[in-house]
Design a protein around this ligand. Structure first.
Ligand code: DOR
Ligand code: ZN
Length: 352
């Protein structure tokens, strides 16, 4: 492929990190994702969180009912469980048998609906050991949450304080370092020694490839560019873009699209989360094109995630064209509205 094409065809991508919520809003956000992706890993941070196989099955049924109502037959939700201090070995085995694709580690208090998260990984040792034994991936929100750690340092500190000790203790546990935001994380994942095994990978969001922290403060506070982990300095964005476009199979697509109603974002204490699902593929294409690496998009978006999760690659193809698409100022979200990432602007690439 030339690196300045106006049309690209790729095997249909999957979104390896997605929030679709529940109830009324789910249908609207599912429609955006299912237009682009064949599968998505559904995050379990509902209120209350999805901590058991039974809760995940019930959630999956609600998702399926919404897909049916939308007339969507070509999208598969991949379910996860929320790891807690009390997750049992038995639940890990049940999850494996039920086709759950991973457990999500939210350090307590790290982000939206994470109060029930893990207070100390030592409480989870037996569950983590069982996950290692059955090949169940651990998906980590990689930030320490101590109030005395600067918010811009939380991910880098997590690597030394939590991730590296965990990998030393359980070297064969499969770990996805979710939505990485720093040079330290990109280099840690790139350089991790795994003895040839697929034990570590990272997802990268479109906003962290396209924006640095200035975007939160451009001419005034920009709540729709606020997510967690928060956007970092330009040098970090550059390192993430370099990792995503390197062709290294340890890095793959995960939008972390996280819908919050307009009013919950534009508030005195606004929620964290960017809604990128509306044209996520266009955003990724723009990022890859910016460094002349469109030829590396298919691996990142369509192959490396399924390979890591040992799921079959998709076979259908999708086509992106370089045809500017305006992003609406807002979109319907249940009985309210949501402001998508890049609202009111145009994105150069769109899905045919
Ligand atoms: O910005 C974020 N929003 N980061 C997360 O980790 C969670 C997510 C959400 O659920 O809103
Ligand atoms: Zn997330």
């Amino acid at each position: 492929m030339s690196n300045s094409p106006t049309k690209i065809q790729l095997i249909q991508p999957d979104d390896w990190h997605l929030h679709i919520r529940d109830g009324e809003v789910m249908k609207d956000v599912l429609a955006d994702t299912a237009r682009q992706f064949a599968r998505a890993i559904i995050m379990p941070n509902l209120k209350p969180p999805v901590t058991t196989v039974d809760l995940a099955k019930a959630y999956q049924e609600r998702i399926q009912a919404n897909l049916n109502a939308l007339g969507v037959t070509s999208f598969t939700p991949l379910m996860t469980l929320y790891l807690t201090d009390n997750t049992s070995v038995d639940e890990v085995h049940k999850a494996k048998a039920a086709g759950i694709v991973g457990f999500k580690l939210y350090p307590a208090g790290a982000t939206t609906n994470s109060d029930a998260g893990v207070s100390d990984l030592k409480h989870c040792h037996a569950a983590l050991e069982a996950m290692q034994a059955v090949g169940m991936p651990l998906l980590v929100h990689g930030e320490v949450t101590h109030a005395d750690i600067d918010i811009f340092d939380r991910e880098a500190v997590f690597i030394d304080a939590v991730l590296e000790p965990l990998r030393k203790k359980l070297p064969e546990l499969k770990i996805v370092f979710e939505h990485i935001t720093t040079k330290q994380a990109a280099h840690y994942v790139r350089d991790a020694v795994t003895g040839g095994k697929n034990t570590i990978a990272a997802t990268i969001t479109p906003q962290h490839l396209l924006m640095n922290r200035n975007a939160i403060f451009a001419g005034g506070i920009r709540p729709h560019n606020y997510c967690l982990p928060v956007l970092k300095r330009e040098e970090h964005r550059v390192a993430l873009l370099e990792a995503a476009t390197s062709g290294n199979s340890r890095f793959f697509l995960g939008t972390d699209s996280a819908p919050h109603a307009k009013g919950a974002k534009e508030a005195a204490c606004g929620c964290a989360g960017c809604y990128s699902a509306f044209n996520a593929l266009g955003l990724y294409a723009e990022a890859f094109e910016s460094v002349g690496k469109l030829d590396k998009l298919e691996g990142f978006a369509s192959f490396f995630g399924s390979d890591f999760y040992t799921l079959p690659r998709n076979s259908k193809t999708v086509t992106l064209v370089k045809q500017p698409q305006s992003i609406p100022a807002q979109l319907p979200l249940g009985d309210t509205t949501i402001v998508p990432l890049r609202a009111g602007e145009t994105i150069a690439w769109s899905l045919v």
